[in-house]
Design a binder for this molecule. Structure first.
Ligand code: G6P
Length: 608
């Protein structure tokens, strides 16, 4: 979703802004723009194309201070007039991520005051509002603070003024923003990857912070307006980790990074002889002893990870578990049980609905909270008492891959720790599970060897418009994830069903044009699944079965078998995810879509 980059430097900031925007492209956007101060004037360039187009348009733009933005449309269609930065009277320029909820009322008021609106965005009210305070003689900082006090909603903003070439003001509430500290220059960005070419020294801003940023120094004011100190941290993210390297797409790279990502996520556990609650934080043992249920809140792919975990948590740890889509839970009247552990799962840690759902749960009296997240300093991590960080590294492809499998690994650890604490795991079982976890990265590596076969198979999907995914039990959420991957990046309409539901509706759709993809692990439900597959075959449906080696499902006319190298017991959903990711990837290649940046989607959904 929208991205911000800003710089106040001793050199031309345009290349810094453009490279930063390019590194934020993965968040998803439909237009881009930048503005600099040059000769006491604001020079703005905007484009509805890619950042590469903006780069071409900005070749003659020059300035020592500037702000830039990639926009993912919320208010107003994607167009140049709606692209950021937004200006007020050619005097104030603003870039904004988030949504201003009271913008209509502010727009009416500001129009009555004589401000002319040139876009359909909510952001433009911020520019005019700041101008109205600035024009009364306030400093840019005071004008911004006064304006923010009038806003309802979520924002991360960067502000500059044509008559102030030395200072920028930025602020965050509900949307991520961080500062970059350079040598006599400072930067601001929505995520650290944008700043890696210029600095690794970053300051993560807190909710409600407003910052006045110059070349030599910066001052941070907290939500109460008091001067605040925030730690400067050295980002561990390496520049290489966000480079494409030998791969054609980030998604392909990230699929292949899964063995390493899993090994990194499981490192501390696999190197030890036993499982301890401490991996979730100092208060974990006491918290886990006080709970009698689990509530998982998440969106998208992270929600699917939660659905898998429910099976593990109930079956292995014997603890009741509910999994809810965050955007539903936050508006639902539910009955809270204070002895519940609320688990939020998120790659980015910034998803607006998941944050709101967590806050809603807290508001209902839930005190036990755990974040399973891939971004250490993110909002969700900070909002929770306990945490387990997945160590997948930066995930750039919009369609989540390595974040999902590492979330599953983390959730399996949670299951084992809870099972052990509840006396449901013998020492021998614990060792067996640890052994299987240590083996997991190499098991995933072996599954990746199916890539050429899947690439070949994908050709059969190039002309399809619909696909059905089937799974049962622990693997039904994997069918959901496979369908989500396919629709996200290949735009083929795909739905997933628990195989037993087939005859209650979707069987009506099955004919020779409907590919049916089935996840067929060798588990207790295999025989039932085989009957479901017969139901499909009998109606002429073409079957694509991802089967474990020992399932004895054989290829035949209309039945294509993809043989998985081994059966991984409880960890099987992790292995079975890999071929479905590869299938979606290669089908998208067949269709020629923009794999890493699928239309209309965003990586980090920081608005409701
Ligand atoms: C977006 C992304 C998905 C992701 C979902 C939840 O829709 O495109 O890949 O699963 O957000 O994001 P989170 O960062 O909370 O896991």
């Amino acid at each position: 979703m929208c991205g911000i980059v800003g710089a106040v430097a001793q050199r031309n900031v345009v290349p810094i802004l453009l490279e930063g925007l390019q590194r934020l492209e993965y968040r998803g956007y439909d237009s881009a723009g930048l503005v600099v101060v040059h000769d006491a004037k604001l020079e703005r360039v905007r484009s509805t194309g890619r950042v590469a187009e903006l780069t071409v348009k900005s070749t003659t733009t020059h300035g020592l201070i500037g702000i830039a933005h990639t926009r993912w449309a919320t208010h107003g269609v994607p167009s140049e007039r709606n692209a950021h930065p937004h200006l007020s009277k050619d005097h104030i320029a603003v870039v904004h991520n988030g949504i201003i909820e009271n913008y209509e009322e502010l727009r009416t008021r500001l129009t009555a005051e004589g401000y002319e609106f040139t876009s359909d965005t909510d952001t433009e009210v911020i520019a005019h509002l700041i101008h109205s305070h600035y024009a009364r003689g306030n400093s840019l900082l005071t004008a911004t603070q006064a304006s923010l006090a009038e806003l309802v909603g979520a924002y991360a903003i960067g502000v500059i003024a044509s008559d102030n070439p030395d200072q920028m003001v930025c602020a965050r509430r509900g949307s991520p923003l961080l500062l970059g500290v350079g040598n006599k220059e400072h930067f601001v960005a929505s995520d650290v990857s944008a700043l890696l070419p210029v600095t690794r020294k970053v300051v993560y801003l807190e909710e409600g912070d407003v910052v006045e940023l110059g070349r030599l120094d910066y001052r941070i004011f907290d939500a109460a307006g008091k001067l605040a100190k925030r730690a400067v941290v050295i980002s561990e993210l390496s520049n290489e980790s966000v480079q494409l390297g030998e791969y054609s797409h980030y998604m392909q790279k990230e699929i292949h990074e899964q063995p390493q990502a899993l090994a990194d996520t499981l490192e501390s556990v696999c190197n030890s002889q036993s499982l301890v609650p401490g991996i979730f934080g100092a208060q974990a043992a006491a918290t886990f002893a006080d709970i009698n249920g689990i509530l998982i809140l998440a969106c998208g792919t992270s929600h699917h990870a939660g659905l898998v975990a429910r099976f593990w948590l109930e079956e292995i740890a014997g603890i009741p578990c509910n999994v809810e889509i965050a955007s539903e839970y936050r508006y639902r009247t539910s009955v809270p049980n204070p002895k519940t552990l609320v688990v939020v799962i998120s790659q980015s840690g910034e998803t607006a609905d998941t944050q709101a759902a967590l806050n809603h749960a807290k508001g209902l009296g839930h005190i036990h909270t755990l974040a399973i997240c891939n971004v250490p300093e993110s909002a969700l991590v900070r909002l929770c008492k306990l945490r387990l960080l997945t160590r997948a590294g930066p995930e750039i492809g919009v369609a989540s891959t390595k974040a999902f499998t590492t979330q599953l690994a983390a959730l399996f650890l949670l299951t084992l720790v809870l099972a052990k604490q509840r006396g449901r795991l013998t020492a021998q079982q614990e060792q067996q599970h640890l052994h299987e976890l240590r083996h997991l990265p190499s098991a995933v590596q072996k599954v990746l060897e199916l890539e050429p076969q899947i690439a070949k198979l994908s050709k059969k999907f190039a002309k399809k418009h619909h696909a059905l995914f089937l799974g049962r039990g622990l693997h039904y959420p994997i069918a959901l994830e496979g369908a989500l991957k396919l629709k996200e990046i290949s735009y083929i309409h795909a739905e997933a069903y628990p195989a037993g539901e087939l005859k209650h509706g979707p069987l009506a759709l099955v004919d020779k044009d409907m590919p049916v993809i089935s996840v067929a692990p060798n588990d207790a439900l295999l025989e039932k699944l085989k009957s479901n597959l017969q139901e499909v075959r009998a109606r002429g449906g073409e079957l694509y079965v991802f089967a474990d080696a020992d399932t004895h499902i054989h290829a035949a006319d209309g039945i294509h078998i993809m043989q998985m190298p081994e059966h991984a017991g409880y960890l099987s959903p992790i292995l079975h995810t890999i071929p479905l990711q590869l299938l979606a990837y290669y089908v998208a290649l067949q269709k020629g879509t923009d794999v890493d940046k699928p239309r209309n989607l965003a990586k980090s959904v920081t608005v409701e």
